[in-house]
Design a protein around this ligand. Structure first.
Ligand SMILES: [Ca+2]
Length: 394
């Protein structure tokens, strides 16, 4: 190959880079005009967006699709583990005053407020590392899909700063823009965040009172029924093939007629509308769920999520967790057990980084290799069978 085609190719690449940068600058100029139209002064825009460049990693995060869906038992085992229950109880003691005032003001059960806080941000400890102005402007200008959505979330972010609720350097969260101790999207923040500590500022990053009051407000605005339960665990009859799901609501007593029983063997009673949830099919645990379960669902649109909130709130009240067995021979692991898997892999010479209970690409690769060696299905999933094998010294 002569030098000429290579030079041409390089030149093309260079031009593409220059034109992408120019496109981004003109998109930013557009956003600046739109923000001004919404009352955000140019100076505020420039302060928030100072030094922002497009971030390819955000686009990678948007494109990433996990290879397999997390089974519900894995999801619940890590999210509602003993550590979360212990820390939740401690945080409820430490913030009893803020929780009591949020409960009194919005009529929402304090254990549910604490459960949302624990699941969303591990009680304020894990709130995301992406700079929102950078992530949202990249998505608003370059995402292959949903640009308009991210554009309006960026506008909301600018409003939050403009109104004096937060300083620009506090705007850190998930790649998609959820942030703070409640992991609100910026538009939700604008709509539903409230001041809980009386300083007239809505600070869901550093004020626990503001975060707890705002969570309670969110749940109240989505229809929380004061004093009502989320639901309870039940057993469906063996081989049950009738209606199920959150939306198929019937009076609780009607489920009794279909053979559904509470865990103590008694029949469900009352005429409150309930859905029968069978998250792992008819051979796994079942739950009768009421309106307040739907309210938890509204926070994040998934049964796994709403169940985690509901079950954690039960555990924080001192009630037991799930009694029925999940239909799998390979149980899910808590964060402490996942950390143990990592430590035992390290002892066998694998490199998995710092053992922290968070399963990344390195740990997954190590598990695949180890599973292959001991004759387990090499799927990279950290489950009970892998832990048992490691503990037994294989
Ligand atoms: Ca405040």
């Amino acid at each position: 190959m002569s030098a000429r085609p290579i030079l041409l190719a390089l030149l093309t690449l260079l031009c593409a880079g220059v034109s992408a940068r120019a496109d981004f600058q003109s998109c930013l100029a557009d956003l600046r005009r739109e923000a001004a139209g919404g009352g955000v002064p140019g100076g505020t825009f420039d302060r928030v967006m100072a030094g922002v460049t497009p971030d390819a990693k955000v686009l990678e995060a948007q494109a990433f699709q996990p290879e397999f869906k997390t089974p519900i038992w894995d999801y619940l085992a890590t999210l509602v583990d003993e550590q979360k229950v212990r820390e939740g109880a401690e945080m409820m003691r430490r913030h009893a005053r803020e929780l009591a005032s949020a409960e009194a003001r919005f009529g929402v059960d304090r254990h549910v407020i604490a459960a949302v806080w624990g699941v969303e941000s591990d009680f304020g400890k894990v709130t995301g590392r992406w700079a929102l102005p950078q992530a949202l402007s990249t998505l608003a200008c370059q995402a292959p899909r949903r640009r308009d959505y991210f554009r309006s979330e960026l506008m909301a972010t600018l409003q939050i700063v403009h109104r004096g609720d937060l300083a620009p350097e506090k705007l850190r969260g998930s790649w998609a823009g959820a942030f703070g101790q409640t992991q609100f999207m910026p538009s939700t923040y604008l709509r539903l965040a409230v001041d809980g500590d009386g300083d007239n500022r809505r600070d869901l990053v550093d004020s626990v009172a503001d975060a707890l009051h705002s969570t309670a407000n969110y749940l109240a605005k989505n229809g929380w029924v004061t004093g009502a339960p989320w639901g309870y665990e039940v057993r469906a009859p063996a081989g049950y093939s009738g209606p199920s799901g959150r939306r198929a609501k019937e009076p609780a007593s009607k489920w009794a007629a279909r053979g559904v029983r509470r865990m103590d063997g008694s029949a469900p009673t009352g005429d409150a509308a309930a859905g029968l949830l069978l998250p792992a099919g008819p051979n796994g645990p079942g739950f009768l769920v009421f309106k307040n379960y739907d309210v938890a669902y509204s926070y994040n649109g998934a049964d796994s999520y709403a169940l985690a909130i509901s079950l954690l709130s039960d555990r924080l009240k001192g009630r037991p967790g799930v009694q029925g067995a999940w239909p799998t021979p390979d149980r899910g692991l808590s964060r402490a057990e996942r950390k143990e898997v990592q430590e035992l892999l390290i002892r066998r010479g694998y490199s998995v980084g710092q053992p922290d209970g968070a399963i990344g690409a390195m740990t997954r690769a190590a598990i695949v290799d180890y599973q292959g060696r001991v004759g387990l299905t090499p799927d990279g999933r950290p489950g009970g069978l892998v832990l048992d094998a490691l503990r037994s010294g294989r």
